[in-house]
Design a protein. Structure first.
Length: 258
């Protein structure tokens, strides 16, 4: 079995594959201060919850944008599963051609999202990941990663309003029934969701014009489904895209896949 782990700034997403079948997946809060022992206990509990013994795990692939977490992840992989994890980073095979100024700067999550999207869709593609930051990745029909855009995530924007505007409350990000809010909470929700949707559609339009073709737009991340309700430019929502990409990267680099 293959354990895949994507460490984001806010959440860590884990998945367990048996062959090509995802038999379990989880989302936990990312903590920079979690030790290897704590990660060991957490993984053991998650696997136990679906009736899997840790000895059944024979492979591990990790992408991380939180460097402080990497030593603990490598430690728990070696101690709990007796395997050295494949860490997504410079030098590994992805099938992507990074056509950017500095390939080493590209986040591991963006790489695996792009690989996952290419496993199921033909280029050209725009992959939008609605995480702590919202990232736009641009892929050509030749699997060339051209670059993209990064903007503050929708939850980050909501938190900024609460933290910097004394009279504004913290709100849950939901789509309101009307663009014209009739109370403060509805005003904030309208601005966040419809405003963010128009930003997404605007960037998709501008990227498409610059590419000179109509790419397929694939969305993932915690707010992908909400944004797909109000943004017109999203073609596909795939909440498991990163896990699929991690599995694909593992298979490209390890001859005997679990």
């Amino acid at each position: 079995m293959l354990l895949v782990v994507d460490v984001g700034n806010s959440h860590t997403v884990l998945g367990l594959y048996q062959g090509d079948t995802l038999i379990g997946h989880w989302r936990v809060v990312t903590s920079n201060y979690r030790t290897g022992d704590e990660m060991h206990i957490l993984l053991a509990m998650l696997l136990q919850g679906i009736g899997i013994d840790r000895k059944q795990v024979s492979g591990c692939c990790i992408s991380s944008v939180v460097p402080q977490m990497n030593p603990a992840l490598q430690e728990v992989s070696q101690n709990a599963f007796r395997i050295t994890p494949l860490m997504v980073g410079p030098g590994i095979k992805t099938g992507l051609v990074l056509q950017c100024e500095n390939p080493k700067e590209v986040g591991a999550d963006r790489i695996v999202n792009s690989v996952g999207a290419l496993e199921e869709h033909k280029g050209p593609l725009i992959i939008i990941d609605f995480g702590t930051a919202t990232t736009f990745d641009v892929i050509t029909a030749k699997a060339e990663w051209l670059g993209g855009a990064i903007v503050p995530g929708i939850q980050l924007s909501a938190d900024a309003l609460f933290e910097h505007c004394a009279k504004l409350p913290r709100v849950e990000v939901l789509v309101p029934p009307s663009v014209i809010g009739r109370d403060t909470i509805a005003n904030i929700r309208a601005g966040l969701t419809y405003g963010y949707a128009d930003m997404v559609d605007g960037l998709v339009r501008r990227i498409s014009e610059e590419m000179g073709e109509k790419p397929t737009v694939v969305a993932t991340g915690g707010f992908a489904r909400i944004m797909a309700e109000v943004a017109h430019g999203i073609d596909v929502v795939d909440p498991l895209l990163t896990l699929k990409g991690l599995k694909a990267v593992y298979h490209k680099n390890v001859k005997t896949a679990p």
